[in-house]
Write a new protein. Structure first.
Length: 106
DNA sequence: AGTGTGACTTGGG
DNA sequence: ACCCAAGCCACAC
């Protein structure tokens, strides 16, 4: 498995409850600033296998990025359950909830 | 091999 | 704050 992929998995696993990160932020921390779409793919394909807290990942505007209704609702439910407020537009306050790790923790 | 496709991002207006 | 156009890059067909 590529280092980038492993970093992404690790970073996502390390997002604490009640905090969120954006795709671009994760990509940059994992070593490739323009790989936000790869983060998406990794999340989509490996979240189950690696027990990733996929619901703590939102886009650069703080919006729930999922279109599919069921998963979207689930994500909002999980976030609310951790104390993260999601508005009617499906947006969270990045200023308040964004997680800023200094580096990839091993 | 060529083309289309995103749970994206950024910069400009 | 919102909308749009370009850029991006691995992967599926």
């Amino acid at each position: 498995m590529k280092p980038f992929t492993m970093n992404v998995i690790q970073i996502i696993q390390n997002i604490p409850e009640g905090r969120v990160m954006t795709y671009g932020q994760i990509a940059e921390l994992a070593g490739s600033r323009r790989a936000a779409r790869q983060v998406v793919r990794i999340l989509h394909s490996l979240s189950r296998k690696h027990r990733l807290p996929w619901h703590r990942v939102v886009n650069a505007k703080g919006e729930i990025a999922i279109a599919e209704e069921e998963s979207r609702m689930l994500q909002i439910l999980y976030l609310n359950g951790e104390g993260v407020e999601v508005d009617a537009e499906g947006r969270v306050d990045l200023e308040a909830y964004r997680y800023h790790p200094a580096s990839v923790a091993d």
